[in-house]
Design a protein around this ligand. Structure first.
Ligand code: FEO
Length: 173
């Protein structure tokens, strides 16, 4: 059984994961309209995975005697200045998610909730992978600079940057 404090923290994380899914979905749609189909595919997949992260939390809360709450979400931005700005937002967002997960891990230790602490380790590993992937993408974009041919190749190859598995797979989704 989870404490009300842990339940509240987990439900906050449900909001964050659901928001992540919405943000990446809006980014994917923008990229698709811009004709960047590889980037769009990558972001659609990322959006799906964030939904799975949200669902996993929701089910865990319910299994542990709490109530997973499906949140109302604010609309994500619809437009981006460019690809670099978009992926910088992805990286910043993932760093924020990692910070929030770390805070939750800390709350679990303070509350002596070792079951939830154990459950959250999956998210800790996931965030390491997601941040690393976002940094790798930013490094590539810095290399490309304003080279349009480079961007064409980046769009074509982005889905294979992580070995073709899509973002954020740590093996036990
Ligand atoms: Fe599920 Fe990328 O945070």
């Amino acid at each position: 059984m989870i404490s009300p404090k842990i339940e509240k923290a987990l439900n906050q994380q449900v909001i964050l994961e659901a928001e992540s899914s919405q943000i990446y979905l809006a980014m994917a749609s923008w990229a698709e309209v811009e004709g960047l189909n590889g980037i769009a595919e990558f972001l659609y997949t990322h959006s799906d995975e964030e939904r799975v992260h949200m669902l996993k939390l929701l089910k865990f809360i319910n299994e542990r005697g709490g109530h997973g709450i499906v949140p109302t979400l604010k609309a994500p931005p619809h437009k981006y200045k460019g690809i670099r700005e978009l992926f910088q937002e992805v990286l910043d967002h993932e760093i924020h998610v990692s910070d929030e997960i770390n805070k939750m891990v800390d709350v679990c230790l303070k509350e002596k909730d070792y079951t939830t602490h154990n459950f959250l380790q999956w998210y800790v590993s996931e965030q390491i992978e997601e941040e690393a992937l976002a940094r790798k993408i930013m490094d590539k974009l810095k290399l490309i600079g304003d080279d349009r041919a480079g961007m064409y190749i980046f769009d074509r190859d982005i889905t294979s940057l992580d070995g073709g598995q899509g973002p954020g797979k740590n093996g036990n989704k």
